[in-house]
Design a protein around this ligand. Structure first.
Ligand code: ARG
Length: 462
């Protein structure tokens, strides 16, 4: 009895080639090859332990699966559209090599639980790798902050100069975002780390299997509770896609900041040549392509999340073939975020910080106006009134082409009698930064505390 398709018993004619092409997921899910093998080995060991197949049969299947994996890794396993998907390919290969015994591998199992098992194994591994990449980036940020701990730059709101801040404080903002991403990944790991195998097609199986045994072998923390939910559920993937979208969004904001800071207008940083490219026409150009790509790829990563959410919307229980579409979204987001994390880490490690330009930029834009208002408050003026007075002073400065530091005491007194000689010390840029000692603020002291805390957080993860 030779069969082209493993499921064709019920069919009286072969499927259309057009349909075969449309139906096949092999060129995408081939990425799950190794996970499928690992899952099948755990499955047959369980079948033998539960006396559903013999120990010898299980052993033969196991060694053959190992060989198939070896052959796959050395690139000699060929696959084509008619193989349909990775599960069919491996089962076909097994049967080709060991005949009748190979046909027993699919006892008490369905592709419906098999595919989600493979995906859970894949996501688990990728989750851990992403955690490593995120941690690595946080460490690079900490290093950059420490090396430039007291560099002053303008802080922006509405992309207008707002108040002076420390560059270290600014860059550590991204460490906090990534810290939350890390926590999200950890949580996602827990919901992913459950064994789905053994729920079979949707209703469980008539065989006396041991799902806990499989879970144990594959290192799953627990097993799924409801067979119908298990074959229908892609929450763990959706959540991963959301985390990817979140990480990519964070990287995109950093990319945008650095694209701006790298312009001739700002010159706060200089990107290393190794992460920029030139123009085919304008010889002077050095473009921040790597950062632009991180920003641009964010669109795709968002689309993947929305794409799978849409596939799942209104999908009746339990398994439907629509679910096969999940993999392209997943693989693409993971790959994109991995690459982006690696690239941005290198960019941070190689860029140059132009300290002088950053601090000089604080000299214009009345960046110390809030501090002048705070000064008036220390002289007993209510903040709202102080705000108004300083507004008037700024208007006067703009009209007379002066900065707040340029004004004489006599000019100051025209606006407020209470202003004394000590005002000049109060509105110095360094003073503005270092007086912001509130928890989480930009003073050197607060930033040092912030660095200690994030280091402690990373240490406690180990
Ligand atoms: N290739 C399928 C997928 O990725 C595997 C499961 C097929 N199940 C089925 N009942 N046809 O979802």
């Amino acid at each position: 009895m030779s069969k082209i398709k493993l499921w064709e018993g019920r069919f009286s004619k072969s499927t259309s080639e057009i349909f075969d092409q449309f139906n096949a997921s092999i060129f995408t899910d081939i990425k799950l090859f190794e996970y499928d093998i690992i899952g099948s080995i755990a499955h047959v060991k369980m079948l033998a332990k539960c006396n559903i197949i013999s120990k010898d049969e299980a052993k033969l299947i196991e060694t053959t699966l190992h060989q198939i994996l070896e052959d796959f890794k050395s690139g000699i396993i060929e696959y084509k559209v008619s193989d349909e998907d990775v599960h069919m390919l491996i089962e076909k290969e097994l049967i080709k090599r060991i005949g009748e015994v190979g046909k027993k591998v699919h006892t008490a199992r369905s592709r419906n639980d098999q595919v989600t098992l493979d995906e859970r194994l894949f996501c688990r591994e990728k989750n851990l790798y992403l955690q490593e990449l995120v941690k690595r980036l946080i460490n690079t940020i900490i290093k950059l902050a420490e090396e430039n701990i007291d560099v002053i730059m303008p802080g922006y709101t509405h992309l207008q100069k707002a108040q002076p801040i420390l560059f270290s404080h600014y860059i550590l903002a991204y460490a906090q975002m990534l810290k939350r991403d890390l926590l999200r990944l950890k949580q996602n790991f827990n919901i992913t780390n459950q064994n789905p195998l053994g729920v079979a097609a949707l209703a469980g199986t008539t065989f006396d299997i041991d799902r806990f045994f499989v879970a144990n072998q594959l290192g799953f923390e627990s097993i799924t509770e409801n067979s119908i939910d298990t074959v229908s559920d892609r929450d763990f993937i959706l959540e991963m896609l959301f985390i990817c979208a979140m990480i990519q969004m964070h990287l995109s904001r950093l990319a945008e900041d650095f694209i701006i800071f790298n312009t001739d207008e700002f010159k706060f940083i200089e990107l290393d040549d190794s992460f920029c490219s030139g123009s085919s026409i304008m010889p002077q150009k050095k473009n921040p392509d790597a950062l632009e790509l991180i920003r641009g790829k964010t669109g795709r990563v968002y689309a993947n999340l929305i794409g799978l959410l849409t596939v799942l919307k209104g999908l009746p229980l339990s398994y439907n073939k629509d679910l096969q579409e999940d993999k392209e979204f997943l693989f693409d987001s993971i790959e994109t975020v991995e690459m982006s994390l690696i690239v941005i880490n290198e960019i941070l490690k190689t860029l140059k910080i132009n300290k002088e330009n950053m601090v000089n930029s604080c000299k214009s834009g009345f960046i110390n106006a809030t501090d002048l208002a705070d000064y008036l408050v220390t002289k007993g003026i209510p903040f709202r009134d102080a705000h108004f007075i300083v507004g008037n002073i700024v208007k006067y400065c703009i009209e007379s082409g002066k900065t707040l530091e340029d004004l004489s005491l006599e000019e100051y007194k025209r606006f407020c009698e209470k202003i004394q000689e000590d005002v000049y010390q109060f509105i110095k840029i360094e003073t503005c930064v270092n007086r912001r000692k509130s928890y989480g603020g930009t003073s050197l002291e607060s930033v040092r505390k912030q660095i200690d805390n994030i280091k402690e957080f990373l240490k406690n993860l180990e």
